[in-house]
Design a protein around this ligand. Structure first.
Ligand SMILES: Nc1nc(=O)c2c([nH]1)NC[C@@H]1CN(c3ccc(C(=O)N[C@@H](CCC(=O)O)C(=O)O)cc3)C=[N+]21
Length: 281
């Protein structure tokens, strides 16, 4: 059984990015990412801090906007607009989820697709689906990198994605399809979830329920990728997969923490470089 080391693989990617950033810098091309956070949700603050730290490491400038919980839609839209127009800004990230009084879709739609390093804009989604160049969403793109760099073949494999969110499940299925996997998407209405999951050579779980998937959902020798992240009362992290029960059945599995999470951030850094190379001046 192989424990897929997301920390190590994300470090490799960050080091590759760091080198590219240095090369661009030598040509006088600096990269900057705007990180916009509304409110002070502690989990979001952790992720935002990790993103800034990664920027620092690879040599990308991070310009942060920490806005109060009461920020209005108009105020937020004005900041996005300002970042859109600022030629120094190459990427814009609006940390999700936004407070409930704000319209997430309107904000994401307002981001210039040329700066959409999260890959959430409908233009980016469309490009991903038809296989055109564009920004790939960081978490699913990170999962593909984890699989490839761990020597897991996707081509022709039975891939089951549990969860159909716009930011993970749906794009995950699409990227596995692009790698020639045979892809099934499961969700809350799926009949016989267990039986479908048991077909998987590669099982990707993104349902947002702690330790939901135990060994009874997993075929012997499967590869299991856990996208979930939950924090319990004692601040201990766990995923959507019951790792201790599932791991012995797999040929490879991602832990939480240290699996998919760090990859999300590494891929964000990669997208920022891509933005500069494709659209920067
Ligand atoms: N616009 C937007 N883009 C995102 O990419 C985005 C977002 N909003 N909202 C929230 C989710 C979640 N997310 C994570 C990033 C890093 C870790 C990460 O580094 N995890 C570490 C543990 C970190 C910890 O200690 O909590 C690990 O799994 O090893 C996890 C989750 C990005 N997201």
């Amino acid at each position: 059984m192989q424990i897929i080391d997301g920390k190590k693989i994300s470090q490799e990617i960050k080091d590759e990015v760091k080198e590219e950033v240095a090369q661009l810098k030598a040509e006088g091309k600096d990269i900057a990412l705007a990180v916009i956070q509304v409110g002070a949700d502690p989990a979001s603050s952790v992720y935002v801090r990790n993103k800034k730290r990664a920027c620092e490491y690879v040599g990308i400038e991070s310009v942060s906007y920490e806005l109060p919980e009461e920020t209005t839609q108009e105020e937020l839209m004005a900041i996005v607009d300002k970042c859109n127009k600022d030629p120094k800004i190459n990427g814009i990230l609006v940390q999700l989820p936004l407070p409930k009084h704000l319209d997430e879709d309107e904000v994401l739609l307002a981001i210039d697709p040329k700066k959409d390093v999260d890959g959430f804009h409908p233009v980016s989604v469309g490009n991903m689906v038809i296989g055109e160049k564009g920004f790939l969403p960081c978490t699913p793109a990170g999962v593909i990198q984890l699989l490839k760099r761990s020597g897991v073949e996707i081509d022709g494999k039975e891939c089951v994605v549990v969860g159909r969110s716009n930011i993970v499940g749906k794009p995950m299925a699409m990227l596995l399809l692009r790698e020639n996997g045979t892809v099934t998407i499961c969700h809350s209405h799926t009949k016989d979830l267990k039986e479908v999951c048991k077909r998987a050579d590669i099982l990707v779980v993104a349902i947002g329920k702690p330790k939901f998937i135990d060994d009874s959902y997993v075929k012997d020798g499967a590869v299991v990728i856990d996208v979930g992240i939950h924090r319990n009362e004692n601040n201990k992290l766990c995923g959507d997969v019951d790792y201790d029960k599932v791991a012995p059945k797999t040929t490879a599995i991602t832990p939480v923490p240290g699996g998919v999470g760090p990859m999300t951030i590494a891929m964000l850094m990669k997208n920022c470089v891509e933005s500069k190379k494709l659209f920067g001046e």
